[in-house]
Design a binder for this molecule. Structure first.
Ligand code: CIR
Length: 257
């Protein structure tokens, strides 16, 4: 059994990565070897920040499996396995489930048919859990998540989403609870008590590496400068090949604790 403290789950890009699903973007050629180097750089940034980087077993033939965040959402010791709205992605969940069962003290629940939910739609801010009503997450999935979390003292707030793939393709959160987003693709910024627009779409996604350090794409210098001016240290990585497939920094890992 692995001690789950400071574990970050990742999944190596599949050789078919370039065939990943697209919803809002036009297909661009993806350099799979460059993507592999970018992925290694992303994992190194997590490790440098003190995370124990643990690989989930590959899901052969699943082009989008590198976006491991979509397969599970962690709420403290509770892991909620998802049921992706994209049928092509459902085969990615079993490997994540097997990995989670090797982590000590983690309780595993799951979203069941006909519910659908993808991890990219779930944004945790303190005890509040915002869930995007995307093309991948349905009302039944949100109901099931609410039923799992209400007894654990967490409130699920559903957020309309029409201009982005996932909720976290439009907004993410800073350690102090400020929700940051790229306003042109946020349906209802007024739903968040503290909302701060960032100047670049590539700048809306942050991974909280520690209470004062954020990981973000290197393609958003003005947003990075804004976040630095707020007192955060910002580490940047090149994830350009994954952005072509509608991914961002958050979706490439699951921080367990
Ligand atoms: C998909 O369409 O499912 C992938 N091409 C991108 C998933 C990105 N995941 C995320 O932002 N959580």
């Amino acid at each position: 059994m692995t001690d789950p403290r400071r574990v970050a789950l990742v999944r190596r890009p599949d050789p078919t990565l370039a065939d990943g699903l697209l919803t809002h973007k036009q297909r661009q050629a993806v350099d799979v070897e460059l993507a592999a180097r970018q992925w290694a750089g992303y994992c190194a940034a997590l490790a440098d920040a003190g995370w124990q980087v643990v690989e989930v077993e590959p899901a052969p033939g699943h082009a989008d499996s590198v976006f491991v965040e979509d397969t599970v959402v962690m709420f403290g010791d509770l892991a909620v396995l998802t049921r992706p709205g994209a049928p092509e992605r459902r085969g990615e969940v079993a490997g994540t489930a097997r990995m989670l069962r090797t982590l000590e003290g983690i309780e595993v629940a799951e979203i069941a048919e006909p519910g659908t939910l993808e991890g990219g739609d779930v944004l945790k801010v303190g005890r509040t859990v915002y869930v995007g009503t995307s093309s991948r997450t349905n009302a039944e999935g949100i109901r099931q998540l609410r039923a799992l979390l209400a007894p654990r003292g967490r409130t699920v707030i559903a957020v309309p989403l029409s201009k982005a793939l996932h909720l976290k393709s439009a907004v993410t959160a800073l350690p102090d609870g400020t929700v940051i987003g790229y306003e042109p693709i946020v349906d209802a910024p007024g739903l968040f008590p503290h909302f701060l627009p960032v100047p670049e779409e590539d700048g809306l996604a942050v991974v909280v590496l520690s209470p004062d350090t954020l990981l973000m794409s290197d393609a958003a210098p003005a947003s990075a400068a804004l976040l630095r001016s707020l007192g955060y240290r910002v580490v940047t990585v090149d994830i350009g090949e994954f952005v072509k497939l509608e991914g961002c920094v958050t979706c490439l890992s699951v921080r367990v604790r």
